[in-house]
Design a protein around this ligand. Structure first.
Ligand code: SF4
Ligand code: SF4
Length: 91
């Protein structure tokens, strides 16, 4: 438990967690995908469309709580590493 407190960090929108593993609510909503269709880049950070649309999903995913992968290196340098299905969609 102590280690969780020591490494607790806010979410900075690096996208690591979603790119590495699509969450269960995301799989249920969009089907299993290489890159989750809920993920999108807002010009400064990654965000989740599903969390914005569904308070139930936001609660399940503990949106607004601490980062679930606080030791990942992407956190230190946030940029658009991965094109998501939203980016690839025709405008
Ligand atoms: S790895 Fe952490 S900082 Fe990056 S998007 Fe996920 S929760 Fe946010
Ligand atoms: S539904 Fe949202 S939190 Fe889940 S993998 Fe997709 S973008 Fe990430």
């Amino acid at each position: 438990m102590l280690h969780l407190l020591l490494f607790q960090r806010a979410c900075v929108g690096c996208g690591y967690c979603c790119v590495k593993s699509q969450c269960i609510p995301g799989q249920q909503r969009y089907g299993e995908q290489d890159v989750c269709p809920g993920l999108y880049w807002d010009g400064a950070r990654y965000r989740c469309k599903l969390i914005e649309e569904s308070s139930e999903a936001a609660a399940i995913l503990q949106a607004g709580e601490a980062c679930c992968r606080p030791l990942n290196r992407w956190r230190k340098d946030v940029w658009q590493r991965v094109r998501t299905p939203v980016d690839a969609a025709p405008r």
